[in-house]
Design a protein around this ligand. Structure first.
Ligand SMILES: Cc1ncc(C[n+]2csc(CCOP(=O)(O)OP(=O)(O)O)c2C)c(N)n1
Ligand SMILES: [Mg+2]
Length: 364
């Protein structure tokens, strides 16, 4: 059993070379000063079974390979509308989903492919959705920004910053009223914290002890703006304390740590003890969206963060705990095959019938 202390988390994540304390830097990006110790945090991270770690690695790599393909497809003009990848964020999704029940609810942002796949959405149908094909989960009408599959508890990604958060509170309230024992988890970015609806939801969720987990994927940028330029608060998990909520800041690039934090938050939610706020420190290794020229950060900064790539973290964990290079290579080979078949399926999928434009659409 590892005890993750504030200092351990601090050491695990490259802090990034630039900060407000270093204004002479040409580069505007920075991390927050991680865990400046206003609140002591320590929680146990029990080692997961090797098969669980291997499954998480499989999932994270599958997400990575799918999104690398999607970036290429976007460059070739095969994708309509904006397309955001979660390259670098994978551990937040695979760690959290492995800690949830299959019937729990999830809502997230336009950066949500990783959550869909971690919840078990089929990769071929997921790609078909992004390409706008009939076999997509929303018949090709939702696209990248509106991943949805109620059968997987994936209750919607959303292009409006913060909008998915009160939706999750509604799902948690429904479960509470019906005494279903299901919980809701909602993922949002650091930039969303400055939307009023976030704070309205924090307040009522805490007051009504909703079975809800607020999960901030803090990648330290809101589009092209580093968070330290816009936030008066450096430690986002502290926002939740003002609403009487338990909160914790964790290494969001370590799926095992994410799993432990979400497991504890889910237990609290199911026991009727109310919501928890988790701040997962992460980093997007690709642009904000396909086509982002990334003039606001340096190649050196991205390179430094690659040393803590969540897929690499999982790979190294497997090796440290006794998996062979051959076993890991077999997972990678399986993923390559699976994603190649999924791409072929999606590309062969027909375009939606134009008549479909009027189905599943709310009209007054
Ligand atoms: C209400 C609203 N305001 C502004 C935007 C434009 N916008 C799209 S993404 C984004 C940045 C959000 O940053 P963050 O919450 O940190 O999420 P990230 O993209 O980093 O995952 C903004 C401002 C929007 N989509 N919705
Ligand atoms: Mg962000």
């Amino acid at each position: 059993m590892t005890n993750i202390s504030a200092a351990a988390v601090d050491n695990a994540i490259p802090a990034g070379p630039h900060s407000e304390d270093n204004p002479s830097s040409e580069i505007l990006s920075t991390t927050t000063g991680l865990l400046s110790s206003q609140v002591e945090i320590s929680f146990a991270v029990p080692p997961l079974p090797q098969e669980t770690l291997a499954e998480m690695y499989h999932q994270a790599l599958r997400i990575r390979r799918m999104e690398e393909f999607l970036l290429e497809a976007a460059e070739q003009g095969k994708i309509g509308g904006a397309m955001h990848t979660a390259i670098g964020h994978e551990a937040n999704a695979v760690g959290a989903s492995a800690a949830l029940r299959a019937d729990d609810y999830l809502t997230c942002t336009y950066r949500g492919h990783h959550h869909g796949l971690a919840r078990g959405m089929d990769v071929g149908r997921a790609i078909a959705e992004v390409l706008g094909r009939a076999d997509g989960f929303a018949g090709g009408k939702g696209g990248s920004m509106h991943f949805v599959s109620p059968a997987h508890g994936m209750m919607g990604s959303n292009g409006i910053v913060g909008a998915q958060v009160p939706h999750a509170a509604g799902l948690a309230l429904a479960s509470q009223l019906r005494d279903e024992g299901r919980i809701a988890i909602t993922f949002f970015g650091d930039g969303a914290l400055f939307q009023g609806v976030m704070h309205e939801t924090f307040n009522i969720a805490s007051k009504w002890k909703l079975p809800l987990i607020f999960y901030c994927e803090n990648n330290r940028y809101s589009e092209m703006t580093p968070t330290w330029r816009t936030s008066s608060v450096g430690e986002f998990y502290l926002f939740a304390r003002a609403y009487g909520m338990e909160s914790v800041q964790i290494d969001g690039n370590d799926a095992e740590v994410v799993h432990a934090a979400v497991t504890q938050a889910a237990e609290r939610a199911r026991a009727g003890d109310g919501p928890t706020f988790i701040e997962g420190i992460t980093y997007r290794l690709a642009g904000h969206m396909a086509g982002d020229l990334e003039t606001y950060r340096s190649a050196a900064e991205i390179e430094e963060q690659r040393s803590h790539d969540p897929v690499l973290v999982l790979r190294n964990r497997l090796l440290e705990r006794g998996s062979s290079e051959e076993a890991i290579a077999a997972i990678a080979a399986a993923v390559e095959k699976e994603v190649a078949a999924a791409i072929a399926f999606a590309e062969a999928s027909p375009w939606p019938d134009p008549v479909e434009a009027y189905t599943d659409v709310y009209r007054i």
